[in-house]
Design a protein around this ligand. Structure first.
Ligand code: FAD
Ligand code: NAD
Length: 425
């Protein structure tokens, strides 16, 4: 059996390695460096900057190169043929590739094709939009702008706001919705907003940006007009799937501007062709892309894959961190629920390590006490959330969570305290 995979981000390269481990021949085509957006312009460079006190581009390059070498090693398998070039579908079982070195186009046939071409930054159709940088350009900034204005209070906007505030910039975030992180639990988002404000980040919500002019952003709130002076402007209003160049129309694959349509096995409207990761327009997260790749592969080789896509931990790497899994309170409409909350300031480890700004909330069903959501704000939230993910994935109850012993003094006790405070009976 031979599989063709287009795109070498987390959706593509991890699936290629797993397919080869199952003894399947793989042709992996990428028009960008191994690791895709996540390694080269996303998760890894941003998290490297999070760990630094100044924009050390050399350190960022070292980290990316080290991890890219690891991926190259992973793909060093006689069953995997790696081709650098731009691929387009030529039939339901074949692709043509324009090689990156400008050579003659190549054709490949496979028993199945997986599209994992990711996404690109979106922009606003407003005058002067070209004056703003996208997240990739922000990662190349050699210095620290005195005044940074971020358009969009979503995940990317807030992570960059946090990073550049730490580097010393004066930061203003302009968010269109009434709250930052509109898709997160509103309790969590409001607390994060307050924490970021305490660290000196100005956040304007319900802000409608109308134009960008050299050195300033024009926006309004209600019937009042404002302008924010800035040396650097980041446009972070979402990402759109990389649909162009694939020849989807001719191939007869259904899609919308939000992404390629797939079924529960990640199969597109054309049997044998699958799509995974950001190109499907769902949760644009690296770990979702790789999990979807495993799901598609399982279907291709007729194996079961038990991954539950309703239990996806997500983290925002601000200071403090925010993390969520399962349902938000807003998503519990119509359900009888109870919540249990606990603060970091009552946690020995948090206070002794000077990280007492934090909070945790567990959401459970009233009566049975089954845990269906958890939201954490504070130091190491991105790691702590996984205990909640395990509890939810295994259908655990508040009582079972209470019965688990947490070591003392650790931040994980916050989760135990939230479970203890959850009156489900
Ligand atoms: P990508 O990683 O985008 O890879 C797609 C690949 O396909 C690219 O290499 C591209 O060159 C290639 N390609 C495109 N078209 C073609 C073609 N026609 N032929 C051949 N190759 C093609 N997610 C997290 O989970 N955690 C984070 O902390 C995080 N931080 C982020 C920070 C930023 C600034 C950004 C922008 C994103 C971040 N993300 C994060 C999101 C994450 O990067 C994406 O969800 C993830 O990379 C999606 O993986 P993918 O495989 O679908 O696509
Ligand atoms: P996003 O959807 O998270 O946030 C975009 C924000 O821009 C929203 O809050 C939206 O209301 C706001 N917005 C839209 N139009 C606006 C306007 N006209 N004026 C002001 N604000 C406006 O998108 P993003 O932050 O660009 O991130 C893209 C994707 O990348 C996300 O899906 C995210 O999951 C992923 N990502 C994940 C991580 C992580 O997991 N830590 C980090 C970065 C990016």
């Amino acid at each position: 059996m031979r599989i063709i995979i287009i795109g070498a981000g987390p959706g593509g390269y991890e699936t290629a390695a797993e397919a080869a481990a199952h003894g399947i021949e793989v042709v992996l085509v990428s028009d960008g460096p191994l690791g895709g957006t996540c390694l080269n312009e996303g998760c890894i460079p941003t998290k490297t900057l999070c760990a630094l006190d100044s924009p050390d581009l050399e350190r960022k390059r070292e980290v990316i190169e080290q991890l890219r070498a690891g991926i190259a090693q992973l793909l060093k398998n006689k069953l995997i043929t790696l081709i650098y070039g731009k691929a387009r579908l030529s039939s339901s079982r074949s692709i043509t590739v324009a090689p990156a070195d400008g050579g003659e186009s190549l054709s490949f046939e496979g028993d199945a094709i997986i599209i994992a071409t990711g996404s690109v930054s979106a922009s606003l159709p407003i005058p002067g939009a070209g004056l703003a940088l996208d997240s990739s350009a922000m990662l190349q900034l050699p210095g620290v702008p005195e005044r940074l204005c971020v358009i969009g209070g979503g995940v990317i906007g807030l992570e960059f706001a946090s990073i550049f505030r730490k580097f010393g910039s004066e930061v203003t975030v302009l968010e269109y919705c009434p709250n930052i992180l509109p898709r997160f639990d509103s309790d969590l988002a409001k607390r994060l907003k307050a924490s970021l404000a305490k660290r000196g980040i100005t956040i304007e919500t319900s802000a409608k940006v109308s134009a960008i002019e050299p050195g300033k952003v024009l926006w309004s709130k209600g019937d009042k007009d404002f302008q924010t002076a800035a040396d650097c402007i980041l446009m972070a209003v979402g990402r759109r799937p990389n649909l162009q160049s694939l020849n989807l129309d001719e191939a007869g694959i259904e899609y919308t501007p939000r992404g390629i349509k797939v079924d529960e096995n990640m199969q597109t409207s054309l049997p044998g062709i699958y799509a995974v990761g950001d190109i499907t327009g769902g949760m644009m997260l690296a770990h979702v892309a790789s999990a979807q790749g495993r799901k598609a592969l399982a279907h291709i080789i007729n194996k079961n894959c038990g991954t539950d896509f309703s239990v996806v931990p997500a983290a925002v790497f601000t200071v403090p961190e925010a993390a969520s899994v399962g349902r938000t309170e807003e998503e519990c409409e119509g359900l009888e629920i109870c919540t249990g909350k606990a603060n970091y300031r009552a946690n020995g480890k948090a206070v002794s390590s000077g990280e007492a700004d934090g909070w945790c909330k567990i959401i459970a069903l009233k009566g049975s006490g089954r845990i269906i959501g958890a939201h954490i704000l504070g130091a190491h939230a991105s790691d702590l959330i996984h205990e909640a993910a395990v509890l939810i994935a295994l259908g655990a109850t508040v009582q079972q969570a209470r019965d688990i012993i947490h070591a003392h003094p650790t931040l994980s006790e916050v989760l135990g305290a939230a479970a203890a405070a959850c009156k489900y009976e």
